[in-house]
Design a protein around this ligand. Structure first.
Ligand code: SF4
Length: 507
C-alpha cells in the first residue's frame, strides 16, 4: 500500500528548496531515518546537517525517511528523494533525539520486512546504525536491534566510518562489524567489549550547521536555522544537553555571518539555535551585524542570566510577542540542588526587562518532582510566579503568563541519572496544588503527561531487556506499554522511580 505515501512524498518534495538528488550509480546508498513525522523531523537541525554532510561525500548518496506515527505497518516506508523502500539501501541510519521515538523503530522495520534483531540479519539486509543524544548516553534499550551505535557527534565519527561501510557493505556481516568496532565512537552490540568513547568535534567552524532543505511544511518553516553553539556551560544536573555535548563550543561570528548571508537569500527570519544562545561571547556584536544585514531574529533559548537587552530588543523588533524563560524551580534551595545558578533577583530582573520591552505574554518553564522537593517548593513556584505577574501588571494593561510544567525525568548520562523520578501520585498532588494556587490569578498551567514522562524515564535508564518490550508494543498506548512490560517481567518502579546507589543498568 505505497500509493498514499508516494503521493504525499511528491507533494512535499514539490514544496521543498534545497533537496539533494544524487544518482545512485556506484555509490553507497544511506537512508537517514528520523523516526517521527516529516513536520517534526524537518525542524531538526541535526538531521539537516547530517543529510548535507553525508551527501557531500562523492561516493555516498543519502536520502531522508520519516515515519508518521499514524501510519501502521501496512504502509511501506519510502525514502523521500527516490521513493525507494528501505531494503534497497545498504545502510539505514536512525537519528534518535527522544526516548518516545524508540517506539517507532519497530514498526519501521516491520513495515519494511526487515528482521528486528541484528542477530537475525546478515549482509543481505541493510546495516542498521543508531545515533543521536539518546544513543550517546545509553544505547542499551535499542542495542539488540542495531548493528552498531554511534557514541557522540556525527561529524566526528562519519569521516572514518563511511569508507569502511563503502568497502564492506556487502561483505560478511560479522567481518564488517569487527572492522566497525575498532573505529572511534562506534559501539557494536555483541562485539564491543567495552563502551565506546564519546567523540566530539573540536572546531565547529569546520562543520557549518544550518538549514539544508527549506519547506513551509514544518514547525519552523518561516526561518533559516543556524547552529550558534554546541553544549552548555551552566551544568544543570538534570540536563541531557549539557552533559551529552560537552565541552561547550561556540562558532566564530565570521562563520555565522557567512551562513546568515546565504540563509537570507531564502528567508528573512534567522533562527539562532543552541541550548544557551545568549552565552555566545560575541552575541551582541552578532545580533547587531545581523540587524544591519536586514535579518529578523529568533533565538531558540533566552537565558535568564545573562539576558542581553540588545538581543532581547532585536528579537522583539522582529515581531516576537511571547518570551519564554526557564527558572525550573521556585525555591533557592531547590535551584541550588539542581545546579541552576540563578537567584530570585536574577529571575525578577529578567522578567522586568521583558515586561519593560512591551511583551505581553510570558511563558515560564518549571519542573516538579525534583530530588528533595517538598510541597513548600511548589508553594515557592506559586509565589515566584505571582511576583512575575505583578511585574507584568505594572507594565501592561493586559498580559498573560503561562506555566509549562515538566516532571523531572532522570536521564542517563546526567549527574542526576541515579535519582528516582517522583511517584505519579506525588506528581499529581503537586500539580493540583500548583494549579489551585495560580488559576485564581488567571495564570494558566499546562503540563507534560506524567504517565509518558514515566515511560521516558524507563527508556532512558533501561537496559537491553527493554528491546523485547518495544518489540511487543503493537500499537502505541499506555495500556500496551504496561502489558509489554509485564510480559517481559520488568519492573517500572526499578527503572523509573528507585534511587540507584550503584552504576547505571545494574539491577
Ligand atoms: S542552562 Fe539549559 S541547556 Fe544549559 S545546562 Fe541548564 S538546562 Fe541545560
Amino acid at each position: 500500500m505505497t500509493w498514499r505515501t508516494e503521493k504525499e512524498i511528491r507533494r512535499r518534495l514539490d514544496a521543498e528548496q534545497g533537496t539533494i538528488i544524487k544518482d545512485w550509480g556506484g555509490k553507497l546508498p544511506v537512508a537517514l531515518i528520523y523516526p517521527n513525522s516529516y513536520k517534526i523531523g524537518m525542524s531538526n537541525l541535526g538531521i539537516q546537517a547530517i543529510y548535507r554532510f553525508i551527501n557531500e561525500q562523492p561516493d555516498v548518496v543519502c536520502e531522508r525517511v520519516f515515519w508518521e506515527p499514524k501510519d501502521s505497518t501496512d504502509v511501506l516506508p519510502l525514502a523521500m528523494e527516490s521513493q525507494r523502500p528501505l531494503t534497497d539501501f545498504a545502510v539505514m541510519a536512525f537519528s534518535l533525539s527522544y526516548e518516545l521515538d524508540y517506539f517507532n523503530v519497530v514498526p519501521i522495520l516491520k513495515a519494511s520486512g526487515i528482521p528486528l534483531y541484528a542477530k537475525d540479519r546478515d549482509e543481505t539486509y541493510p546495516l542498521l546504525i543508531a545515533g543521536g543524544p539518546c544513543i550517546t548516553t545509553n544505547p542499551m534499550p535499542l542495542a539488540p536491534f542495531f548493528d552498531c551505535c554511534c557514541i557522540g557527534e556525527a561529524e566526528a565519527i562519519l569521516p572514518e566510518m563511511l569508507p569502511v561501510l563503502k568497502a564492506g557493505a556487502s561483505e560478511n556481516r560479522a567481518e564488517l562489524k569487527q572492522k566497525l568496532m575498532k573505529l572511534p565512537g562506534v559501539y557494536v552490540p555483541g562485539f564491543s567489549q567495552q563502551p565506546a568513547v564519546r567523540q566530539w568535534v573540536k572546531d565547529l567552524d569546520k562543520f557549518p550547521v544550518h538549514s539544508t532543505v527549506l519547506t513551509r511544511d514544518t514547525e519552523l518553516g518561516n526561518m533559516y536555522l543556524v547552529e550558534v553553539e554546541r553544549g552548555c556551560n551552566w551544568g544543570c544536573k538534570f540536563c541531557l544537553v549539557s552533559n551529552c555535548y560537552k565541552p561547550v563550543r561556540f562558532r566564530s561570528v565570521e562563520s555565522l555571518l557567512d551562513q546568515a548571508e546565504n540563509g537570507l537569500k531564502y528567508r528573512k527570519r534567522l533562527g539562532l539555535m543552541g541550548p544557551a544562545v545568549t552565552d555566545h561571547p560575541r552575541i551582541e556584536e552578532l545580533a547587531g551585524k545581523l540587524h544591519d544585514m536586514g535579518a529578523e531574529l529568533s533565538v531558540s533559548s533566552l537565558r535568564i542570566k545573562p539576558l542581553s537587552p540588545i538581543v532581547l530588543g532585536e528579537v522583539i523588533e522582529s515581531g516576537t510577542n511571547t518570551v519564554a524563560l526557564a527558572p525550573e524551580a521556585g525555591s533557592q534551595r531547590l535551584r541550588d540542588i539542581i545546579g541552576k545558578r540563578i537567584n530570585e533577583d536574577d529571575i525578577l530582573k529578567a522578567v522586568e526587562k521583558v515586561a519593560a520591552q512591551g511583551i505581553k505574554q510570558l511563558k515560564l518553564y518549571f519542573m516538579i518532582g525534583l530530588p528533595e522537593e517538598t510541597d513548600e517548593d511548589i508553594e515557592s513556584i506559586a509565589l515566584l510566579v505571582t511576583k512575575c505577574k505583578d511585574i507584568f501588571d505594572q507594565h501592561q494593561s493586559w498580559s498573560r503568563i503561562t506555566l509549562t510544567i515538566a516532571p523531572f525525568v532522570p536521564k542517563a548520562g546526567t549527574p542526576f541519572q541515579q535519582e528516582g523520578m517522583a511517584g505519579l501520585e506525588i506528581l499529581k498532588h503537586r500539580l493540583s496544588l500548583l494549579k489551585s494556587k495560580l488559576t485564581a490569578r488567571g495564570i494558566s498551567v499546562k503540563n507534560e503527561s506524567l504517565e509518558w514522562s514515566e515511560v521516558q524515564a524507563v527508556l532512558s535508564r533501561g537496559d537491553e531487556r527493554l528491546a523485547a518490550v518495544l518489540a511487543n508494543v503493537e500499537r502505541l498506548s499506555l495500556a500496551q506499554w504496561h502489558r509489554a512490560i509485564e510480559k517481559a517481567g520488568l519492573d517500572i518502579d526499578f527503572f523509573a522511580h528507585q534511587k540507584w546507589d550503584t552504576k547505571l543498568n545494574s539491577q
